[in-house]
Write a protein that binds this ligand. Structure first.
Ligand code: PLP
Length: 224
């Protein structure tokens, strides 16, 4: 596995996708999802020039952070049980999986400073997926006003498991529309400038539809 070579390929694909829709590829941050891989591979990822790492499991994340420290920007992308909040919330830079008020309450209790959160949305309404239904997102964000440790910097979604490109594209386009609605509320605690969408199989479509953060594991760092 050569992360550096993979990164060159991914970067070229980002540039091509951005060009198609007249976006600046610099608007897209690559989050390398290192959840499957060893500390050595994660180190190699940082050496390849990637500064944003995504982890989804508290234990794996804490082990990696203990060794790699504060220099990478740490994105927690997995669902969080309330009882795990205490151990991770002051160690991460971004939480991509805010999906319920009980989680917000626990963050409010445990966070020592404001946390950059993305609200996870289950656009496709697949039962297996975490996240709020689209219709519940704005009421949920409005409820967060009194939680002064929570900054809603964006929205996150996962496309459904399908090969139907139109379905995937619509999912991402719907998240973009929802972002614009949130932004039109002008809430100081919910600037919502980020759209975290797109993974190994669909990141080009996500970029065409407005992603600012793509979460890429398999094609960049491998899956073991
Ligand atoms: C694992 C994971 C990814 C990366 O998936 P790949 O298909 O390997 O790129 C992205 N986002 C989330 C939320 C994940 O759990």
């Amino acid at each position: 596995m050569k992360v550096k070579a993979n990164l060159a390929v991914v970067e070229n694909r980002i540039v091509a996708a951005a060009k198609k829709v007249n976006r600046d590829p610099k608007e897209v941050t690559i989050i390398a999802v290192t959840k499957y891989v060893s500390i050595e591979r994660t180190q190699e990822t940082i050496e390849a020039g990637i500064n944003n790492l995504g982890e989804n499991y508290d234990k794996g994340f804490l082990e990696k952070k203990a060794l790699l420290g504060d220099q990478p920007t740490w994105h927690f992308i997995g669902s969080v049980q309330s009882k795990k909040v205490k151990s991770i919330i002051n160690e991460i830079d971004y939480l991509h999986s805010l999906d319920r008020i009980s989680l917000a309450e626990e963050i409010q209790k445990r966070a020592m400073h404001p946390v950059k959160c993305l609200v996870q949305v289950n656009i496709s309404e697949e039962e297996s997926k975490h996240g709020l239904s689209e219709k519940n997102v704005i009421p949920f964000i409005q409820q967060l006003e009194s939680y002064d440790t929570i900054k809603v910097v964006g929205l996150m979604t996962m496309a459904p498991m399908t090969n139907d490109v139109t379905v995937i594209r619509n999912c991402f386009a719907d998240l973009k529309k929802l972002q614009l609605k949130v932004q039109s509320l002008n809430l100081p605690y919910a600037t919502c400038e980020e759209l975290s969408m797109g993974m190994s199989n669909d990141f080009e479509i996500a970029i065409e539809e407005g992603a600012t953060m793509i979460r890429v594991g398999t094609v960049l760092v491998g899956e073991e």
